[in-house]
Design a protein around this ligand. Structure first.
Ligand code: ZN
Ligand code: ZN
Length: 287
């Protein structure tokens, strides 16, 4: 049994490798399966799935949806959904349009702050895929306004920073519903970014999401400490949720993280995929 990585970004959102490249790369690294989980888009899936088929490597359809939440951020992962589901596609198109409206506003704010940046430069940095804040960061670094990604986010781009513009997000309920209705498995991504205070707050949130159809927690994640992983495992066990994991590899901003390899020797066994499939099957039968 080999290893897997269930959280990867490609050029369809803000990753560096194209979907085919990341599939070939994962196979060359000796992994057994991956999922491509771009932000708010399934634009890379057709290519990634086709490449997987061509070279005989398992690629699981995935997505990472930003949902409405405060104080931190909530990312919901979806796996194994039907990529041709009309409702899912229509919802994602709506998100796409919302992003297209937001990005020029961020350029305006940066200009007001005295930063000489154009939307064309940001578009160029995105390489033709979906435009996100990391592409803004890339231009800010190239033009020497900041030294690195961290500084770009701290000074300009993070939530609450002067160039930040909020974007439309679906509620967690809506996101879980359209993943589920497309016969996908909805998973709470990296719970440590939720900004919650301790076990009880997280458990309350999970209880609410369970009612909507949440099936799992992304417990294994490079930024999770071992005590956090233990906490997420305990919560999952208590509420009958499965565990998933991945590196959230983008290929740009993180050191010591690579496809299939997280910090602290994080390695994810194929059994995670088997559990995910078991849930998907159960659930497809019951619908
Ligand atoms: Zn995320
Ligand atoms: Zn991600």
């Amino acid at each position: 049994m080999g290893y897997v990585d269930l959280h990867l970004h490609t050029t369809a959102s803000d990753g560096v490798m194209s979907p085919s490249e990341i599939v070939r790369y994962a196979k060359a690294k000796g992994l057994q399966a991956i999922s491509i989980t771009d932000h708010d888009t399934i634009g890379g899936l057709e290519e990634g799935l086709a490449e997987g088929e061509r070279i005989g490597f398992e690629v699981i359809p995935g997505i990472e949806i930003s949902a409405e939440h405060s104080p931190g951020s909530m990312h919901l992962l979806g796996y194994f959904f039907n990529i041709h589901d009309p409702t899912l596609n229509e919802r994602l198109k709506y998100l796409q349009r919302a992003r297209e409206e937001r990005n020029p506003k961020m350029v305006e704010k940066l200009n007001e702050l005295g930063v000489d940046i154009t939307y064309e430069e940001v578009l160029r940095a995105s390489g033709g895929g979906q435009v996100g804040r990391p592409h803004f960061a890339q231009v800010l670094i190239e033009k020497r306004y900041v030294r690195n990604f961290q500084e770009a986010f701290e000074r300009y781009l993070k939530k609450g920073a002067p160039a930040y513009v909020d974007k439309f997000r679906f509620t967690p309920r809506d996101a879980i519903h359209f993943i589920t209705e497309a016969r996908g498995v909805a998973v709470l991504g990296h719970p440590n970014t939720l900004g919650l205070n301790g076990y009880i707050e997280l458990e309350n949130l999970i209880l609410n999401l369970l009612k909507e159809g949440l099936k799992g927690i992304e417990a294994h994640y490079p930024e999770h400490s071992s005590s956090e992983v233990a906490q997420f495992k305990a919560l999952a066990e208590r509420h009958g949720l499965i565990l998933t994991g991945g590196t959230d590899y983008h290929g740009i901003e993180k050191e010591s993280v690579d496809v299939g390899v997280g910090r602290g020797e994080m390695k994810l066994p194929y059994s995670l995929v088997e559990t995910l499939k078991a849930v998907r099957n159960q659930f497809v039968q019951s619908h």
